[in-house]
Design a binder for this molecule. Structure first.
Ligand code: AMP
Length: 194
């Protein structure tokens, strides 16, 4: 199974991706996680991406496309994957199509989380609080000011990715404001039909 989870930051993509990993045994490919790891490890990509990420802007398409293209070549991605946080631009979506075509693979579904953007800051602040309570470091971009920039980047560059997939008959929209279990149930129902 090859899936994309689409939606603004704080929509719950990561949470649902983890559930899908546990249930279907396929891997979660989160470009945000991969970039944060690169930053932690001080790799050349990490060094280039750090400031952009801290500011809540999008990392350049070429960097992100390279990361994903390498990652989907790895053995654990052969069974399928859930893309979380990618594609975030139409250029990334086009590049993904090319990558999959070259491997003779197809996407099964693109699931869009519809959310009330006014409620997302609260969700992000809650996430930061929970992370802190677990004694883990809080993401620098989980901050109300940076979050606003992340949301702007979503509305400017990423919102048009959903229509790209709708035109290709792949888009399914679910209500991302429901409780976590209900969102998971809605996703299961979508997956039964693909
Ligand atoms: P996320 O964990 O998905 O919220 O991503 C955190 C940050 O990583 C984003 O705000 C961007 O700076 C960067 N990032 C993650 N995925 C992408 C992507 N597909 N394209 C560009 N930048 C990305």
């Amino acid at each position: 199974m090859r899936l994309i989870l689409l939606g603004p930051p704080g929509a719950g993509k990561g949470t649902q991706a983890q559930r899908l990993v546990a249930r279907h045994g396929i891997c979660q490919l989160s470009t945000g996680d991969m970039l944060r790891e690169a930053v932690r490890n001080g790799t050349p990509v990490g060094v280039r991406a750090k400031e952009v990420m801290d500011a809540g802007q999008l990392v350049s398409d070429d960097i992100v496309i390279d990361i994903v293209s390498d990652r989907i070549e790895e053995a654990d991605a052969a069974k399928g994957f859930i893309l979380d946080g990618f594609p975030r631009t139409v250029a990334q979506a086009v590049a993904l199509d090319e990558m999959l075509k070259a491997k003779g693979h197809k996407l099964d579904a693109v699931i869009e989380f519809k959310v009330d953007q006014n409620k997302l800051v609260d969700r992000i602040m809650q996430r930061a609080k929970e992370t802190e309570a677990r004694g883990e470091p809080v993401r620098k971009d989980d901050d109300p000011v940076v979050f606003k920039t992340r949301l702007e980047a979503f509305n400017r560059d990423t919102a048009i990715v959903a229509p790209y997939y709708a035109e290709r008959g792949l888009l399914v929209t679910i209500d991302g404001m429901q409780p976590i279990d209900d969102v998971a149930q809605a996703i299961s129902e979508v997956l039964e039909t693909v």
